[in-house]
Ligand binder design. Structure first.
Ligand SMILES: NC(=O)c1ccc[n+]([C@@H]2O[C@H](COP(=O)([O-])OP(=O)(O)OC[C@H]3O[C@@H](n4cnc5c(N)ncnc54)[C@H](OP(=O)(O)O)[C@@H]3O)[C@@H](O)[C@H]2O)c1
Length: 388
């Protein structure tokens, strides 16, 4: 079999590095055509030397210049900025574009990938949340495909092979509950950055780790599921499952609930997406059931974590509302990571921005980008007011 040709966007991040571990595990199965990151020239240069792609891209143009100096004399084309990402998504010889960029910065390249009729292996949930109304029409028109990498959506995707779309009663997305599941809400203003970055079951990039602590991540995933599986929001439930072993479930109309289980390891859903429609032998996520002490499930506490309730509301509203929710969160999380605001303010800021920005109900890409920009501006103002 010819190796699958891959463009990997966000190669220096947590998902990007895990994707390369999957590639390493299966010599000859994949060819890396391009690698892209934002600013990490050091790691991108190391990855270049190992995988020898034809193209590299850095989001920050000054870093691209630095990289050109570093790799002088090498036969690699170095691109930069969003334009660079878009041209990678249009490369003719490519089979799969893995989008592991963090945030809505990944939106236009997801769209470009689908416009080119390619397979989009999607970790970048923010793009599907913000650009939701645009994705499935593009998949249908250009005969591309979305291969979910998010572990919950990979689980549902795998389980959906057990029934027809008309037989689905509801999707049940599991959530670890994050590090503050048992902390009283009164303590939230005192949460430190270090505590918030200490996820109990997964090791991930900073932004998604904070999103998991606020349950914004689960909110994004609920909206992601609506857009990915074309299912009404009322048929998507969340259940807290602190062990992160059951990655999600589907309840069918005969009341059977079918689940996918493994140890938490993103290399398993990445492998499933890259090899789909095949399964391949692998030890990623392997688990000894006899050593499991318990699997527990409880409802989410939306009074303590109102971001999840807010995500359901914006999903109901639709149009540009999810893009606004997402953009406000990105800005608020960045401010929390810089210790400019307290943990509890993240959700307050999102709520205030969502409330104050008008929704376009059947948006174009320009409408979505404009909503994203307005939300970022307003969130910036809210942060100024909330600074600690
Ligand atoms: N980590 C997980 O286990 C996990 C699980 C499920 C879903 N996801 C999703 O996967 C995505 C990536 O998460 P992550 O945890 O891997 O994040 P991460 O570790 O922070 O990595 C982000 C990657 O995106 C690159 N990047 C950032 N801004 C960019 C821009 N403007 N243009 C181009 N590249 C840019 C970064 O480059 P630099 O290194 O140069 O900054 C890095 O390669 C997120 O959407 C997240 O929600 C992650």
């Amino acid at each position: 079999m010819n190796p699958k040709k891959i463009v990997l966007l966000g190669s220096t991040g947590s998902i990007g590095r895990s994707t390369l571990e999957v590639v390493d595990r299966h010599p000859g199965a994949f060819e890396i055509v391009a690698l892209a990151a934002h600013a990490n020239t050091k790691l991108l240069a190391e990855q270049y030397r190992k995988y020898r792609p034809t193209f590299l891209c850095l989001g920050a143009p000054d870093r691209a210049e630095q990289l050109k100096q570093q790799l002088k004399g090498e036969s690699v084309e170095i691109l930069s900025g969003n334009e660079g990402l878009l041209s990678l998504a249009a490369l003719e010889q490519v089979d799969i574009v893995v989008n592991a960029v963090v945030g809505a910065a990944g939106l236009t390249v997801s769209i470009e990938t689908l416009k080119n009729g390619k397979s989009l292996a999607l970790a970048n949930k923010e793009s599907l949340v913000a650009g939701g109304p645009l994705f499935q029409p593009l998949v249908k028109k250009h005969k591309g495909r979305i291969l979910p990498i998010d572990s919950e959506h990979s689980a549902i995707w795998q389980v959906l092979t057990c029934g027809r779309p008309t037989e689905i009663k509801r999707l049940i997305i599991t959530a670890s509950g994050g590090p503050f599941r048992q902390l009283p809400a009164e303590e939230f203003p005192k949460i430190t950055l270090k505590q918030a970055l200490n996820h109990p079951t997964w090791s991930m990039g900073d932004k998604i780790t904070i999103d998991s602590a606020t349950l914004v991540n689960k909110g994004l995933e609920v909206i992601e599921a609506v857009n990915l599986f074309e299912i009404p929001i009322d048929k998507v439930d969340v259940v807290i499952h602190p062990q992160s072993i059951v990655h999600s479930m589907v309840e069918f109309i005969d009341s059977s609930i079918i689940a996918q289980l493994s140890s938490p390891d993103m290399r398993l859903p990445i492998s499933y997406a890259l090899f789909w429609p095949q399964r391949v032998e692998s030890e990623f996520g392997q688990m000894d059931l006899s050593r499991l002490t318990s699997l527990t499930f409880e409802p989410p506490d939306t009074a303590k974590f109102p971001a999840l309730k807010l995500a359901y509301e914006v999903a109901h509203t639709g149009g540009t509302a999810p893009a606004v929710f997402n953009a406000a969160n990105e800005v608020a999380v960045k401010a929390f990571l810089k210790e400019m605001i307290t943990f509890d303010r993240i959700t307050d800021i999102i709520a205030s921005v969502v409330e104050n920005i008008n929704v376009v109900s059947e948006p174009s890409l320009n409408d979505i980008l404009a909503a994203d920009t307005s939300a970022r501006k307003l969130a910036g103002k809210e942060i100024e007011k909330a600074k600690c």
